[in-house]
Design a protein around this ligand. Structure first.
Ligand SMILES: Nc1ncnc2c1ncn2[C@@H]1O[C@H](COP(=O)(O)OP(=O)(O)OP(=O)(O)O)[C@@H](O)[C@H]1O
Ligand SMILES: [Mg+2]
Length: 252
């Protein structure tokens, strides 16, 4: 097949992950193949316990799969250890979680600049990037605040700034509006859409069909597997199956 589609930023094949906790082993991810191309905004939805967070953790190298492989920009990560994944996350993958995960004893400015400094950006450049992002995210004037002094929505915007400060080709977001009220949720979604319009590749995990409808491709995840994978409008790949009419209706 001739292929003039954008290059894959992320590819996974045969991913499996079983958690061994206190109770019975949880087969969270049971064989996932996935390809995310440059510029795509992919939402992964599904019920609680379906394995969405586990999948996202595997894709970001925060957990290792029991089987299967992941490629970043076409490069196999099979030989990556913890340290290498940490470096790749700094450069290539921004991650936003449900509960912000800001460093509580660092100011907003320092939280955003830290990943840039760790990646070797000069202090001057890190400051410039931080100023631009905070302005973009409506947080000018909050630089010296501590995370605990901000609202949930503001903290999540700081987390977004931190995830994007190194211009990662890929943004992974796990319920980034999960702990926010509806206003905060709208804000986060508006910002994600804006970054997407500028070409940011995004993989968003969410329970919420309304949030998923901001994406251009929706993957339904069920019982550790992809149950459905569909383009919402005129995307880069044809729908494999439909069955998401409920989501489509929410789009307007
Ligand atoms: N660290 C862990 N140890 C043991 N079991 C785990 C662990 N993390 C997840 N699980 C189990 O794996 C399954 C999938 O969990 P996961 O967090 O990936 O689901 P999810 O789709 O993100 O759910 P939610 O929508 O509630 O966030 C669940 O049965 C969960 O209990
Ligand atoms: Mg989850």
């Amino acid at each position: 097949m001739s292929d003039d589609r954008p290059a894959p930023v992320l590819r996974a094949e045969g991913l499996m992950k079983t958690h061994h906790g206190e109770g019975a082993p949880a087969r969270a991810v049971r064989g996932v193949d996935l390809c995310v191309r440059q510029g795509e905004f992919v939402a992964i939805t599904g019920p609680s316990g379906a394995g969405k967070s586990t999948l996202l953790h595997l894709l970001g190298g925060l957990q290792r799969p029991d089987a299967g492989s992941i490629w970043l920009d076409g490069e196999s990560t099979d030989t990556y250890g913890e340290a290498r994944w940490a470096v790749e996350r700094r450069k290539r993958i921004g991650i936003v979680f449900q509960f912000f995960n800001l460093v509580s004893n660092l100011s907003v400015a320092d939280n955003v600049e830290l990943p840039a400094l760790l990646a070797g950006t000069s202090p001057k450049q890190a400051r410039t990037e931080r100023e631009a992002l905070l302005a973009e995210l409506g947080l000018t004037g909050k630089e010296r605040s501590m995370p605990g002094e901000l609202s949930g929505g503001e903290q999540q915007r700081v987390a977004l700034a931190r995830a994007l400060v190194n211009h990662p080709p890929l943004l992974l977001a796990d319920e980034p509006a999960g702990s926010l009220d509806s206003k905060g949720t709208r804000e986060v979604m508006r910002l994600l859409s804006r970054f997407h319009q500028r070409g940011q590749t995004i993989v968003l995990v969410t329970h919420d069909a309304r949030l998923a409808s901001a994406a251009d491709r929706v993957i339904s995840f069920f019982d550790g597997r992809i149950a459905d994978d569909a383009e919402l409008d005129g995307g880069t790949t044809p729908p494999r199956r439909s069955g998401i009419s409920g989501v489509l209706e929410l789009k307007d």
